[in-house]
Design a protein around this ligand. Structure first.
Ligand code: HEC
Ligand code: HEC
Ligand SMILES: [Ca+2]
Ligand SMILES: [Ca+2]
Ligand SMILES: [Ca+2]
Length: 468
């Protein structure tokens, strides 16, 4: 009898649990989407510096620190020993000399024109297996990323260029479209051929706005939004990436990067400093020199053993990234933008590009706590099909899974990046329309709905995206 009651109790608890997962999604979808895309962390700027503003509700005390963090974000690093001791230690190998070289005005990077160097994108490498914590396994001679530049005395690992394949398709109304897909071509590899089973992933730099908000979305929220076995039968099975938090020495939900493979802003920044620029931190105290690279090891020894990024400075950089505001949505009373938003909802874009999320508590950042905000992302991984697959797993993310990228600020891409635009993880899409056309896998139905729209309806949807 008691046992029976117990099972009945479990049954109702499970039912309540399933229902509450749906309830959270429904309540987020029903709550009004306001133009304050970052909640209180919204800026009115919509110009070239729109992504570089401090969240307005942070106290004036924060401002000098924020400006100092911004200086660090744009600072160009020198090889050691340099004239400014707190700004030297670049390399030995690196991809760029400043955070802002890739995150242009805190915005995204873009693919180089034919024959030009990779200036704001990078190439990740791995071989089958894992690193002992479930992450990608590095190559013995090249590590987990190709650094195509080096300081004097060390060798660049190699060079890269792009090979394009073009595809033609049609909208339901007969209008043709042409999209393109890049493949990375390696040359001048300094430490031997890449192993045959090397997996390669081309990545552009993401915009750096509103990340403090995304970091504070409680894990239970992500868990409730996730639907890994598609229990609600809508064809969408978002799941969390679970990744290694090297600072806390534990597993944690992944939130940052195109495959949500990094758990915190701090670790993302430390990884970027070392991997992209060759700058050591307390978190990553050793320079990035695979054992085969003797000259790299020798050159690294030119910097004194302490971290190249002074800890107090690195903290300011991380605070800066956390306190960067999100631009307000524009043209919100425009009839076309409103129609476009309705199509965005009815086409199922919101199933992944979740309009509304909420942050939890934070003692360190009360200005980011308990905010309702509008990232248009669920921070979950989705299988996007073969067309977008890189075939390079990263923790739980398979070769075809990607994190739903936030769409806030996307309408200002060209404004902040001086006319440049490249969307999707590898920057292949020249327009927002091309980005949508690449959606496959779980997003195939939404993509079909988009292709079935009239030209006028496609345009109002794009107008809505442009208002974000
Ligand atoms: C060589 C180009 C390059 C440089 C230099 C660079 N980044 Fe990045 N950044 C990227 C790329 C590419 C990604 C996406 C990585 C991925 O998906 O694996 C990224 C992602 C990020 C993200 C995550 C954004 C998100 O939405 O998830 C943050 C934060 C970030 N970078 C901060 C920095 C900081 C701070 C620096 C300087 C210390 C820096 N980056 C230097 C290319 C760069
Ligand atoms: C199944 C989940 C899913 C659905 C449904 C979906 N998207 Fe996406 N969207 C993604 C993912 C994941 C990416 C990133 C893919 C990549 O970079 O390879 C993405 C990328 C984008 C981008 C480019 C973002 C950037 O930063 O480069 C745009 C724009 C976009 N989606 C718009 C839409 C629109 C409009 C719809 C509805 C017609 C839609 N999406 C439906 C998951 C989804
Ligand atoms: Ca260094
Ligand atoms: Ca390397
Ligand atoms: Ca589902």
């Amino acid at each position: 009898m008691k046992r029976g009651l117990f099972f009945i109790l479990i049954f109702f608890m499970a039912l309540a649990n399933g229902a509450s997962a749906q309830a959270l999604r429904t309540s987020f979808l029903k709550s009004p989407q306001t133009p304050e895309l970052g909640g209180a962390a919204t800026t009115d700027r919509a110009d070239i510096v729109a992504f570089k503003q401090m969240i307005p509700n942070a106290g004036p005390m924060r401002f000098p620190q924020f400006m100092f963090g911004q200086r660090l974000f744009v600072a160009e690093w020198d090889p050691a020993p340099g004239e400014v001791p707190d700004q030297d230690g670049l390399g030995p190998t690196f991809n760029a000399i400043a955070c802002a070289s890739c995150h242009i005005n805190n915005g995204r990077g873009f693919l180089p024109a034919d024959g030009k160097d990779f200036d704001s994108v990078l190439v990740r490498l791995s071989i089958p297996g894992d690193d002992g914590h479930g992450g990608p396994k590095s190559l013995e001679n090249y590590g987990g990323q190709l650094q195509h530049r080096a300081v004097a005395g060390a060798k660049p690992e190699g060079n890269t260029s792009l090979d394009w394949t073009y595809f033609v398709g049609y909208f339901a109304d007969g209008t043709p479209f042409r999209v393109r897909k890049p493949a990375v071509v390696f040359s001048q590899l300094a430490f031997g051929d890449l192993p045959e089973d090397t997996m390669v992933s081309l990545r552009t730099a993401n915009p750096v706005i509103g990340l403090g908000l995304l970091e504070l979305v409680p894990e239970v929220t992500l868990n409730e939004l996730a639907d890994p076995y598609d229990k609600n039968g809508d064809g969408i099975s978002g799941r969390m990436n679970i990744v290694w938090d090297a600072k806390q020495q534990t597993n944690a939900p992944g939130r940052f990067g195109w495959k949500a493979n990094v758990p915190t802003v701090e670790l993302q920044n430390a990884g970027a400093a070392l991997g992209d620029m060759g700058i050591t931190t307390e978190i990553n105290p050793k320079d990035n020199c695979p054992a085969a690279q003797d000259a790299c090891l020798e050159t690294a020894a030119l910097h004194p053993p302490e971290a190249e990024f002074r800890s107090e400075f690195f903290e300011q950089l991380t605070r800066y990234v956390r306190l960067t505001a999100v631009p307000r949505q524009r043209s919100t009373n425009d009839v076309e933008v409103l129609e476009g938003r309705a199509i965005f909802y009815s086409s199922g874009c919101v199933q992944c590009h979740m309009p509304t999320l909420k942050t939890g508590n934070s003692e360190e950042f009360p200005e980011l706590a308990n905010q309702t905000f509008h990232p248009f992302s669920d921070l979950l991984l989705h299988d996007m099909g073969e067309g977008l697959a890189d075939g390079r797993p990263d923790y739980l993310a398979s070769g075809s899974e990607w994190r739903t990228p936030p769409l806030w600020g996307i309408g200002l891409t060209e404004t902040v990046s001086a006319g440049q635009a490249g969307y999707l993880h590898d920057g292949r899409a020249r327009t927002l329309e091309e980005a949508i056309l690449w959606h496959g896998g779980e997003a195939k139905t939404a993509q079909r709905r988009f292709r079935a729209l009239s030209k006028a309806d496609r345009n109002v949807l794009l107008r809505f995206l442009g208002s974000l």
